[in-house]
Design a protein around this ligand. Structure first.
Ligand code: NAP
Length: 246
């Protein structure tokens, strides 16, 4: 059996930015645990692409906002993990339920907060003990320009992302002495299913780079933050937005 030297968990890895991160982190000697909600076909494609690059891949569909599911999955994963732990965690799973505040249904408020903020908490809480014990770890939270600048129609989404930024900075200070770094990456408009309803033509004039970004351009930054070279960067929010917000 192949000797594994590292293990990465990517939430929302079936499509979009999560898939690009999974492919970018894939290499021989690394196990990738790829979470997603229900799109098995897309997840199989991510698995194929990551295996092509030499990684050992496990697909684990579950709702990251559901605490009992997270607990069950981690109990099942434990015996599979190399050296008993996950070294890299990318909290990426996400959804949009845009609506102006005056007409926003409580269910849309809660669902967005649940997936982004509570998902971050349940997963990170499950991964942290082994990182602390082994004194190594990289945590990258995918947030958003919306969580820093705000965006009309996104009070729920912006609140969730801003909360994750606050948690990123606090956790970074908690675990820095254990050689665990915690950072956030804040994309602007990135070409994925999540923003398929937004016309690039309508927005490109306000983006200094004159275009939307590609998932791979976000994944490159995530990969750097997950590398050994990024050992002295923690508590940061790195923007990937073509100059839209600086
Ligand atoms: P996407 O293409 O819509 O993919 C979303 C991913 O999240 C899918 O893998 C989906 O799984 C998964 N997911 C959704 N709800 C989940 C849940 N409850 N539990 C587990 N997995 C769940 O989105 P994306 O654009 O790549 O977005 C990735 C991250 O970047 C999100 O956090 C998003 O907020 C952030 N972001 C995106 C943009 C952008 O312009 N695209 C900008 C700023 C920030 P299924 O395939 O099974 O549905």
């Amino acid at each position: 059996m192949e000797k594994l030297d590292s293990c990465a968990l990517i939430t929302g890895g079936s499509r979009g930015i999560g898939r690009a991160v999974a492919v970018r982190l894939a290499r021989p000697g690394r196990m990738l645990i790829i979470n997603y909600l229900s799109n098995h076909k897309a997840a199989e494609e991510t698995k194929r692409l990551a295996e092509e690059r030499g990684a050992i891949v496990h697909l684990v569909p579950f709702d990251c906002s559901d605490a009992p599911s997270v607990q069950d999955v981690f109990a099942e994963l434990q015996p599979l993990l190399p050296e008993g732990g996950i070294d890299i965690l990318v909290n990426n799973a996400g959804i949009r339920r845009d609506q102006l505040m005056v007409t926003m249904e409580p269910s849309d408020w809660h669902r967005v907060i649940d997936v982004h903020l509570h998902g971050f908490f349940y997963i990170t809480r499950a991964v942290l003990p082994s990182m602390v014990r082994r004194r190594r770890g990289r945590i990258v939270n995918i947030v958003s320009l919306s969580g820093v600048q705000g965006m009309p129609g996104q009070t729920n989404y912006a609140a969730a992302k801003a909360a994750v930024i606050g948690a990123t900075k606090s956790l970074a200070r908690e675990v820095a002495r254990r050689q665990i770094t915690v950072n956030a990456v804040a994309p602007g408009f990135i070409r994925t299913d999540m923003i398929a309803d937004i016309s690039e033509n309508d927005y490109k004039a306000i983006i200094p780079a004159g275009r939307f970004g590609n998932p791979e351009e976000v994944a490159a930054v995530v990969a750097f933050l997950c590398s050994e070279e990024a050992s002295y960067i923690t508590g940061e929010v790195i923007h990937v937005n073509g100059g839209l917000y600086t």
